[in-house]
Ligand binder design. Structure first.
Ligand SMILES: [Zn+2]
Length: 344
């Protein structure tokens, strides 16, 4: 059983590699693409680690330049969430991040007419740069959540690899929301996510921000946390501030006061961010590949530190760890009858 599963996942892994490379380009957060990192690069080294370190959680460095110790995993399934693209092994984060996702999923299901979350990438087991898809997500305090509601049935691992992203943007119109897919529940979900004090900012497409500015009639106190950004039209990106007392976590400047429905948004809706480089201008110099030695020094110790005994042992909310047979079982999802929740 275990080896069958393992083989299935190797196959899915190979298949998904091709699709993720293509998909990453359209999936937002996609400014840091490199399909084949050099051996020894931070992307290659952190991408090859399969388990987190033992011990207390520690976010080291900055969201876009750092690593993570003591990560825990979001269970692949919960009553109000399903983790996606399991083959990527990126459902690791600080306990604060994982706890927040679970709470958001419950609150949104209870109050906002959003049946559950499809959770995308969080971080790698020891954080660090990823070979595709994101510049940040390196210290366990960033998570992507799909703007697609969770389906009623528990998806198989294969479905979670293959389910396509649904953009909220209208085709053939400049930065315009498609009102056939966007619903008031989307707006409530975003404002629910922004309502938690530990959530510092949420990245959304500029068209989504505009839609929120134009239509949100409730309390606008937290609307300023929604930050316009490239991509982010089929998922949104939750970023937590450095938790209190987390030494080594480099904070980001707080968001400006106000709802953000101002000239900063107007800039995003103007031509400048989307302008093609003028003919004859030199292409920007490609930045040098990030090596492990470019990250905070502590990250080398994080790479060398002993692993937890199994993924299950470090899955958030699992009591007493798991048996060896369950160690590399990513999702039990395909074989789980609806209503029965594995890894809880
Ligand atoms: Zn993201």
């Amino acid at each position: 059983m275990a080896s069958l599963l393992a083989r299935a996942f190797r196959t899915i892994g190979k298949l998904s590699l091709a699709t993720t490379i293509g998909m990453g380009l359209v999936a937002g957060d996609a400014l840091a693409q490199q399909a084949t990192p050099s051996p020894g690069s931070a992307k290659a080294v952190f991408g090859a680690v399969t388990l987190p370190t033992q011990g207390a959680p520690q976010s080291i460095g900055f969201y876009a330049k750092g690593c993570l110790a003591g990560a825990v995993a979001l269970p692949a399934d919960g009553p109000t969430w399903q983790a996606m693209r399991l083959s990527r092994n990126r459902r690791w984060g600080r306990p604060e991040m994982i706890g927040l996702l679970e709470r958001l999923s419950r609150d949104a299901a209870r109050n906002d007419g959003w049946p559950g979350l499809l959770v995308g990438d969080i971080s790698q087991p020891r954080g660090g740069p990823m070979f595709n898809g994101h510049a940040s997500h390196q210290i366990g305090l960033d998570a992507d959540v799909w703007l697609t509601p969770m389906p009623r049935h528990r998806m198989t691992a294969e479905e979670r690899e293959a389910l396509p992203f649904t953009t909220m943007l209208a085709k053939d119109k400049f930065l315009t929301i498609n009102d056939k897919v966007w619903t008031p529940a989307h707006a409530r979900l975003l404002m629910r996510a922004a309502s938690y004090p530990e959530v510092e900012r949420i990245f959304v497409n500029p068209a989504i921000k505009k839609k929120m500015c134009d239509t949100w009639t409730g309390d606008r106190t937290n609307l300023g946390k929604l930050r316009p950004e490239y991509g982010h039209d089929s998922h949104f990106h939750i970023r937590l501030s450095c938790p209190a007392g987390s030494v080594g976590c480099t904070p980001q400047a707080p968001v400006a006061a106000g709802d953000g429905c101002d000239k900063t948004l107007a800039w995003w809706l103007g031509p400048e961010p989307w302008a093609k480089p003028k003919p004859g201008t030199k292409p920007p110099v490609k930045p040098r590949e990030v090596m492990v030695s470019d990250l905070p020094k502590t990250c080398q110790a994080v790479l060398a530190a002993p692993s937890v005994s199994s993924a299950r042992a470090a899955t958030f909310g699992v009591k007493g760890g798991g048996s060896a047979a369950e160690t590399d079982a990513m999702p039990a999802s395909g074989n789980t009858p609806p209503g029965q929740i594995p890894q809880q």
